[in-house]
Design a protein around this ligand. Sequence first.
Ligand SMILES: Cc1cc2nc3c(=O)[nH]c(=O)nc-3n(C[C@H](O)[C@H](O)[C@H](O)COP(=O)(O)OP(=O)(O)OC[C@H]3O[C@@H](n4cnc5c(N)ncnc54)[C@H](O)[C@@H]3O)c2cc1C
Length: 565
Amino acid sequence: METLLNPRRHARAYPDARSLEVMHQTIDFFERKGKRRLKEDYHARVWYADFLEFVRRERIFATMCTPAGYGAADARWDTWRICEFAEILGFYGLQYWYTWQVSVLGLGPIWMSRNETVKQRAARALEAGGIFAFGLSERAHGADIYSTDMVVTPVDEGVYRASGRKYYIGNGNQAAIVSTFGKLAGSGDYVFFAADPTHPRYECVQNVCASQNFVSEFALDEYPLTEDDILHKGRAAWDAALNTVNIGKYNLGWASIGICTHALYEAVAHAHNRHLYGMRVTDFPHVQRMFVDAYARLVAMKLFALRACDYMRSASPDDRRYLLYNPMVKMKVTTEGERVINLLWDVIAAKGFEKSMYFEQAAVDIRALPKLEGTVHVNIALIVKFMPNFFFAPADCPEIPRRDDAADDVFLFDQGAARGLGSIRFHDYRRAFAAFDLPNVRVFAQQVDAFRDLLASAPPNEAQMKDTDFLLAGGELFALVVYAQLLLENARLYGIEPELVDQMFDFLVRDFAEFALQLHSKASSTPEQMRHCLRMIAKPIADERRTAAVWDRVLALDGAYEMNA
Ligand SMILES: Cc1cc2nc3c(=O)[nH]c(=O)nc-3n(C[C@H](O)[C@H](O)[C@H](O)COP(=O)(O)OP(=O)(O)OC[C@H]3O[C@@H](n4cnc5c(N)ncnc54)[C@H](O)[C@@H]3O)c2cc1C
């Protein structure tokens, strides 16, 4: 496997010519634009009309974001190609990824709806090069979407008026359709409806952020709606909000992967060709250590996110394991992205500030991904619900193959009720660990056994269960187990070399020990819990030959890619 994206040697396999064409056209658009213009537009906060014109001309979003049956023959919702598309956009700039991402979110409640009128409208808009918006957030309420103040008042049979404001809504300036979340006056039922930014009763108030993105505040004042504009009502509206975020949050991991990959090329090229004290910067042992760690972390991010794709594409009402893996892509892959950039920045130091570098933008943008579409906390609070079944009630679930086929991922728009998480069952994580006879995989498996022992014999007490700070510390340990498991599943599917797998487990052992220490240090941890935590603290097994082999992979990146000027 070509582990990291290299636009110069794009080699990913697709079952059809059009998917490959979309990737090549997108790479080509950015390489023709060139780094100088890319950075000038970034600094001048230019609205990316050139990108959107390219998207229109080449029907990029129409191909990628229209489910089969609603668009041209090349259109389907195919997560295998979507993930690389997201990676490419992140690779060239989070702003380009963002206008696409919020279009994905805006389309979620539409494709999930039974409202064929709006669906046909959306399909036509996509063909015409339209973008979309997802109007969920409000200024005062953050993650608390129960408290929405967007009120939809019935005024006659099938006729409504919507009033209220939304905040942080990407593309709210130019979207063809803004999928907007609110409450029905009287019943208090939730509702999703399609709003049109060109309507006189839709006021685009401001861009909340100073960036190329238009992250709008908009206001609806007695905005007229008919039944034709209503996408969902009641429970279905709530489910559409959550199920849309389930789809969208997956893409954040790929933005991180793309950002880190481009930043890594720049960092290696700079460090390896800079001479200090008569040697290369890459001759410093600590620099080598940081690069090896960054590289191993980045490959792990990619393997995990790719494996999560398989589960997402294979999901069904009977197999909802993706509901654990998707939030993990969102919270774990993106926080790992921050660590990768931190490591690289410590190496390239001042160079990472220069206006001509992609890195300068990467260092800022990488911070956004753990925070948006639900913070890390919200996502850990979500995944801890899966812990009891994950550890103590493994089930015989179907083995999922690599899903790089040309399927239309219809289930994503028919996910059903967004509840019942605690009853979802998982396959036994220990099988993945047992399949690898590597020193650090063994150390890690022992750490996990100690964590499982803690959960079995000294589980959080009632007060600790109510203490989100305590739960989050435990959640981080759980997240690492899931991360390591899927990473191993994919290391096997992709035939990753043993030395690279063991190097990834070098950092996983260290991270597990770090989180165990955090849990140990919580004010409310009991002596028995502390004893288990100390058993989780372990040191990775060093192997110079292994690390040297991974270091060679890093050095091979010097000169492998540089964006066109
Ligand atoms: C650039 C940008 C673009 C955006 N684009 C869109 C968009 O297009 N559409 C849209 O609808 N929204 C959008 N958003 C909103 C974004 O999704 C929210 O900002 C995000 O979900 C978090 O909300 P908040 O920042 O208001 O944090 P808050 O919800 O106010 O959270 C405050 C703190 O409480 C914690 N917290 C909250 N709830 C919980 C919980 N249940 N468990 C544990 N901890 C919790 C959080 O982790 C955080 O530390 C955008 C935001 C930005 C900045």
